[in-house]
Design a protein around this ligand. Structure first.
Ligand code: 5GP
Length: 206
């Protein structure tokens, strides 16, 4: 059976990854599973253990790292975040796609372990008029502008690891673009050609 796709949605902090991911899974036409992450951060009001995250203590998290239970992990604002490897593996083996929404360091680790996964970079809304955004209204100090430029440079430097860039100008539009990317990934000639070749081989062997 053909393995499922590993889909990684990542991008700079504050870009709205969580909101976009939640909206994707709210729609009833998605045919892929969400990989629930582990974290050592405290549970927020309204969050449910095992739904939003698997909440762990720092010690528990560190021992899971030691045991090789994580596909990737990162420290972000003093807390650990990571992807349990077992569910990802099992889902892909079943032929189902699995969707990760993680920050950029973790996405880099996935890229080096599983380079043929599908990497989608969620970009800030105004990347199209980057210059205007960076210059601001002309009221910012040089320092503010410089730090914005430095941040934008870092963000753009990370893009080369990714297959697609989706601007998050509107959540619904970003969601539609991401679904379209996943659909076209499934229609790639490389993926489909193999199925036909296998079918022909089976016929020849009959
Ligand atoms: P929050 O604490 O706001 O839920 O998440 C903070 C950041 O952690 C977000 O950028 C989110 O994408 C990222 N994150 C969530 N789960 C994981 C994970 O399993 N691995 C990594 N590397 N980052 C994660």
């Amino acid at each position: 059976m053909e393995k499922g796709l590993l889909i990684v949605l990542s991008g700079p902090s504050g870009v709205g990854k969580g909101t976009v991911r939640k909206r994707i899974f709210e729609s009833n036409d998605v045919d892929f599973e969400y990989s629930i992450s582990m974290t050592s951060r405290g549970i927020r009001p309204g969050e449910v253990d095992g739904v939003d995250y698997f909440f762990k203590t720092k010690e528990e998290f560190e021992s899971l790292i030691q045991q090789g239970e994580l596909l990737e992990y990162a420290q972000y604002v003093d807390n650990y975040y990571g992807t349990p490897v077992k569910y990802v593996r099992e889902t892909m083996e079943k032929g189902k796609d699995i969707f990760l929404e993680i920050e950029v360091q973790g996405a880099g680790q996935v890229k080096s372990k599983i380079p043929d996964a599908l990497f989608i970079f969620l970009a800030p809304p105004s990347i199209g008029d980057l210059k205007e955004r960076l210059k601001g209204r002309g009221t910012e100090t040089d320092e503010v502008i410089e730090s914005r430029i430095a941040k934008a440079k870092k963000e753009i430097n990370m893009m080369h690891l990714y297959d697609y860039v989706v601007e998050n100008d509107e959540v619904d539009k970003a969601v539609e673009r991401i679904k379209a990317i996943i659909l076209s990934e499934h229609l790639k000639r490389e993926r489909i050609e193999m199925k036909y070749r296998r079918a022909l081989l089976e016929l020849e062997e009959m």
